[in-house]
Design a protein around this ligand. Structure first.
Ligand SMILES: Nc1ncnc2c1ncn2[C@@H]1O[C@H](COP(=O)(O)OP(=O)(O)OP(=O)(O)O)[C@@H](O)[C@H]1O
Ligand SMILES: [Mg+2]
Length: 314
C-alpha cells in the first residue's frame, strides 16, 4: 500500500513533543515451570500527533509492549511515562485521566466488549464514565458519528456482540476508542479480522480521524507495507527488543539490521534453535560475527533518531 492510497499527505518533517515514553521496560511472564521474557529492556517514545509503527514477526513482544504502554498490564521492571508522569506512581485519579487520553484497540476485539451489552452501550460507556456528555441526545450524536464512520448502522448498534460478525465487532472497538477523543490511540493489529478491501477502508477512516483530530497513533502490525504507507517512524522488534528504529523513509531506503531486511523480503524468520548467542538473530543471520555470540550490541546511534543494534553495523 502506498501513503497516497490513504490520501494522507503526511508531514514527515514535523517535530513533536514526547507524549508517552518507555524507559527500560521489561516483561517476564511465568510459564509452566519457567518464564518467558516477552519484552527486554525497551526504551522508546511516542510523540504528540505522530503515526509510529511497531513491527516485528509473531511472538516478538509487540502486544505485550503495547499493553504495558496502555497501562493494561504492569511491566516487570522499568516504567512508562505519560507527559513525564510515571505510570507506577499515578493515583487512581491520574490513571482515570490517563485512560481518557490513551485508548487501546485490542488485537482480539471479541474479548473487549461485554457480551451482554448492546453495542451502543459499549461505545457510549467511556463517554459516560469520563463525564463527557450532558444529554442523551449528545451521547447519541457522538456514538452515531463515530460508528457510522466505521460503517456501523443504527441497526447494528442495537445488537449484542454475538449477533455481529468479527469484523463488525472490530469496527465497534475502533469506534469506541475514538469516541472519547483521545490524545493517543494504541492500535494492536486493528484490522486483523477484516478482509483486505475492508481493511484498507477502515484504516483510511482511522487515518482520516488522526488527520482531523491530531491524536498520536501507535500502530502495532506485522504488515510492513502498511507500516510504510502510514507511519512517520518505525520501530522493529525482535524477541522482546527493538533492534532498529528510524524514520520510515530511512528504514525502507536503508534497512541496516539483517532482521529488518529479512522482514522486508517477507521471509519467515525466527525458529527455536540451540544457539546461546547474545544476539537472538544469530542463528539466522548471514552477516554474523564471532562477537555476536558473546555480547549483545549496544544501541548504535546512526544519526538523529536513527538507531540500530547490530555488531556488523558497529
Ligand atoms: N500472559 C502470558 N503468559 C505467558 N506468556 C505470554 C503471555 N502473553 C504473551 N506471552 C508470550 O510472550 C511472547 C510475546 O507475545 P506477544 O503477544 O507480545 O507477541 P506479538 O509480537 O504481539 O505476536 P503476534 O504478532 O502473534 O500478535 C510470546 O512468546 C508469547 O507466547
Ligand atoms: Mg500481538
Amino acid at each position: 500500500m502506498s501513503s497516497d492510497m490513504f490520501g494522507l499527505g503526511l508531514d514527515r518533517s514535523n517535530t513533536h513533543k514526547t507524549l508517552l515514553s518507555c524507559i527500560a521496560v521489561t516483561k517476564r511472564f511465568k510459564s509452566g515451570k519457567g518464564s518467558v521474557l516477552a519484552v527486554d529492556g525497551i526504551s522508546f517514545a511516542v510523540r504528540n500527533g505522530e503515526v509510529i509503527a511497531l513491527v516485528g514477526e509473531s511472538g516478538s513482544g509487540k502486544t505485550t509492549l503495547a499493553k504495558i504502554m496502555a497501562a493494561l498490564i504492569p511491566p516487570t521492571s522499568g516504567d512508562v511515562y505519560f507527559e513525564s508522569l510515571p505510570l507506577s506512581s499515578m493515583s487512581r485519579l491520574d490513571l482515570m485521566r490517563f485512560r481518557k487520553r490513551v485508548q487501546f484497540i485490542p488485537q482480539f476485539p471479541d474479548l473487549a466488549l461485554d457480551p451482554t451489552w448492546y453495542l451502543y452501550d459499549s461505545i457510549a460507556e467511556p463517554l459516560r464514565i469520563h463525564g463527557m456528555v450532558n444529554s442523551r441526545a449528545q451521547e447519541l450524536e457522538i456514538v452515531r458519528n463515530n460508528s457510522s464512520r466505521f460503517g456501523l448502522s443504527i441497526d447494528q448498534l442495537r445488537r449484542k456482540p454475538r449477533d455481529l460478525s468479527g469484523g463488525e465487532v472490530q469496527r465497534a472497538v475502533i469506534a469506541r476508542a475514538l469516541a472519547i477523543n483521545p490524545d493517543l490511540v494504541i492500535a494492536d493489529e486493528p484490522t486483523s479480522m477484516l478482509d483486505p478491501s475492508t481493511q484498507a477502508k477502515i484504516m483510511r477512516q482511522l487515518l482520516d480521524a488522526h488527520s482531523e483530530r491530531g491524536f498520536a497513533l501507535l500502530l502495532v502490525t506485522h504488515d510492513l507495507d502498511l507500516a510504510k504507507a502510514v507511519s512517520e517512524r518505525i520501530c522493529v522488534m525482535l524477541k522482546g527488543k527493538i533492534v532498529e528504529e528510524g524514520s520510515t523513509d530511512e528504514i525502507f531506503s536503508n534497512p541496516m539490521h539483517p532482521y529488518t531486511r529479512s522482514l522486508m523480503r517477507g521471509e519467515i524468520i525466527m525458529k527455536e534453535d540451540d544457539w546461546q548467542a547474545a544476539c537472538p538473530y544469530y542463528g539466522q543471520c548471514s552477516d554474523r560475527l564471532d562477537r555476536c555470540t558473546s555480547s549483545y550490541p549496544p544501541e548504535l546511534k546512526i544519526c538523529k533518531e536513527r538507531f540500530v543494534r547490530c555488531w556488523r553495523v558497529a
